[in-house]
Design a protein. Structure first.
Length: 141
Protein backbone atom coordinates (compact mmCIF):
# COMPACT_ATOMS: atom_id res chain seq x y z
CA UNK A 1 0.00 0.00 0.00
CA UNK A 2 2.89 2.38 0.80
CA UNK A 3 4.35 1.79 -2.70
CA UNK A 4 0.98 2.57 -4.27
CA UNK A 5 0.69 5.85 -2.31
CA UNK A 6 4.26 6.78 -3.23
CA UNK A 7 3.50 6.12 -6.90
CA UNK A 8 0.34 8.25 -6.75
CA UNK A 9 2.25 11.09 -5.06
CA UNK A 10 5.03 10.85 -7.67
CA UNK A 11 2.56 10.95 -10.57
CA UNK A 12 0.66 13.87 -9.02
CA UNK A 13 3.92 15.75 -8.51
CA UNK A 14 5.00 15.21 -12.14
CA UNK A 15 1.56 16.25 -13.40
CA UNK A 16 1.76 19.41 -11.31
CA UNK A 17 5.15 20.25 -12.80
CA UNK A 18 3.80 19.79 -16.32
CA UNK A 19 0.83 22.06 -15.60
CA UNK A 20 3.02 24.62 -13.85
CA UNK A 21 5.41 24.66 -16.83
CA UNK A 22 2.72 25.36 -19.41
CA UNK A 23 1.72 28.89 -18.30
CA UNK A 24 5.34 30.06 -18.29
CA UNK A 25 5.73 29.04 -21.93
CA UNK A 26 2.41 30.64 -22.87
CA UNK A 27 3.48 33.90 -21.20
CA UNK A 28 6.43 34.14 -23.60
CA UNK A 29 4.14 34.04 -26.65
CA UNK A 30 1.90 36.99 -27.48
CA UNK A 31 -0.56 37.63 -30.28
CA UNK A 32 -0.37 40.85 -32.28
CA UNK A 33 -3.11 42.32 -34.42
CA UNK A 34 -3.83 40.25 -37.49
CA UNK A 35 -3.05 37.04 -35.60
CA UNK A 36 0.73 37.47 -35.67
CA UNK A 37 2.46 35.44 -32.94
CA UNK A 38 5.58 36.88 -31.41
CA UNK A 39 7.95 36.62 -28.47
CA UNK A 40 6.48 38.91 -25.80
CA UNK A 41 9.85 40.06 -24.46
CA UNK A 42 10.67 41.70 -27.81
CA UNK A 43 7.38 43.55 -28.20
CA UNK A 44 5.90 45.08 -31.34
CA UNK A 45 7.53 48.17 -32.81
CA UNK A 46 5.10 50.53 -34.54
CA UNK A 47 6.46 53.03 -37.04
CA UNK A 48 4.53 55.99 -38.45
CA UNK A 49 5.04 56.84 -42.10
CA UNK A 50 4.87 60.43 -43.43
CA UNK A 51 1.71 59.58 -45.39
CA UNK A 52 -0.13 58.82 -42.16
CA UNK A 53 0.08 55.10 -42.77
CA UNK A 54 1.80 52.80 -40.26
CA UNK A 55 3.99 49.73 -40.22
CA UNK A 56 4.81 47.27 -37.47
CA UNK A 57 7.78 45.00 -36.82
CA UNK A 58 8.11 42.08 -34.45
CA UNK A 59 10.29 39.05 -33.78
CA UNK A 60 8.23 35.96 -34.58
CA UNK A 61 8.33 32.58 -32.88
CA UNK A 62 10.79 31.47 -35.58
CA UNK A 63 13.16 34.33 -34.52
CA UNK A 64 12.73 36.01 -37.89
CA UNK A 65 11.59 39.63 -38.19
CA UNK A 66 8.02 40.05 -39.46
CA UNK A 67 6.31 43.19 -40.72
CA UNK A 68 2.91 44.44 -41.76
CA UNK A 69 1.70 47.89 -42.85
CA UNK A 70 -1.44 49.83 -43.56
CA UNK A 71 -2.82 50.66 -47.00
CA UNK A 72 -5.77 53.02 -46.85
CA UNK A 73 -5.75 52.55 -43.05
CA UNK A 74 -6.31 48.76 -43.48
CA UNK A 75 -3.59 46.40 -42.21
CA UNK A 76 -1.94 43.93 -44.59
CA UNK A 77 -1.08 40.40 -43.48
CA UNK A 78 2.23 39.65 -41.76
CA UNK A 79 5.24 39.16 -44.08
CA UNK A 80 8.55 37.61 -43.01
CA UNK A 81 11.65 39.73 -43.49
CA UNK A 82 13.69 36.64 -42.76
CA UNK A 83 16.41 36.04 -40.26
CA UNK A 84 19.57 38.03 -40.32
CA UNK A 85 21.51 34.91 -41.40
CA UNK A 86 24.41 34.34 -41.69
CA UNK A 87 24.49 36.92 -38.92
CA UNK A 88 22.50 34.80 -36.43
CA UNK A 89 18.83 34.89 -35.57
CA UNK A 90 16.87 37.84 -34.20
CA UNK A 91 17.23 36.97 -30.54
CA UNK A 92 17.37 40.56 -29.38
CA UNK A 93 16.51 41.58 -25.86
CA UNK A 94 15.68 45.06 -27.13
CA UNK A 95 13.55 43.92 -30.07
CA UNK A 96 13.50 45.82 -33.33
CA UNK A 97 14.38 49.52 -33.47
CA UNK A 98 13.45 51.77 -36.39
CA UNK A 99 15.23 54.88 -37.64
CA UNK A 100 14.29 57.19 -40.53
CA UNK A 101 16.77 59.42 -42.28
CA UNK A 102 16.68 61.56 -45.39
CA UNK A 103 18.91 60.36 -48.22
CA UNK A 104 18.95 62.16 -51.55
CA UNK A 105 15.43 63.47 -51.00
CA UNK A 106 14.09 60.02 -50.10
CA UNK A 107 12.98 58.70 -46.75
CA UNK A 108 15.33 55.84 -45.90
CA UNK A 109 14.13 53.47 -43.18
CA UNK A 110 16.54 51.27 -41.25
CA UNK A 111 15.59 48.60 -38.75
CA UNK A 112 18.15 47.49 -36.20
CA UNK A 113 18.34 44.58 -33.84
CA UNK A 114 20.87 42.64 -31.86
CA UNK A 115 21.35 39.17 -33.28
CA UNK A 116 22.00 35.92 -31.41
CA UNK A 117 25.75 36.51 -31.77
CA UNK A 118 25.45 39.84 -29.91
CA UNK A 119 26.13 41.98 -32.99
CA UNK A 120 23.89 44.78 -34.23
CA UNK A 121 22.48 44.01 -37.68
CA UNK A 122 20.29 46.13 -39.93
CA UNK A 123 17.95 45.96 -42.88
CA UNK A 124 17.44 49.11 -44.99
CA UNK A 125 14.76 50.34 -47.35
CA UNK A 126 15.85 53.21 -49.61
CA UNK A 127 12.40 54.76 -49.92
CA UNK A 128 8.74 54.06 -49.36
CA UNK A 129 7.49 51.32 -51.64
CA UNK A 130 10.99 50.01 -52.38
CA UNK A 131 12.46 46.62 -51.57
CA UNK A 132 14.33 46.03 -48.31
CA UNK A 133 18.04 45.36 -48.70
CA UNK A 134 19.62 42.18 -47.33
CA UNK A 135 20.58 41.99 -43.65
CA UNK A 136 23.94 43.63 -43.04
CA UNK A 137 26.10 45.16 -40.34
CA UNK A 138 25.26 48.87 -40.11
CA UNK A 139 27.76 51.70 -40.34
CA UNK A 140 26.07 53.41 -37.44
CA UNK A 141 23.15 52.94 -35.00
Amino acid sequence: MKRFKAAVVAIATMAGLAVAGAPAQAADTCTAGGGGKYICDYGVKEHALPSGEKEQFLVGLDYAVWTRWTVGKQWTGWVSMGMPDPFGSARAASGVNVKDEQSQGKLRTIIYLQNSNGATVAKTRDGLGTTWWAWDFPNCC
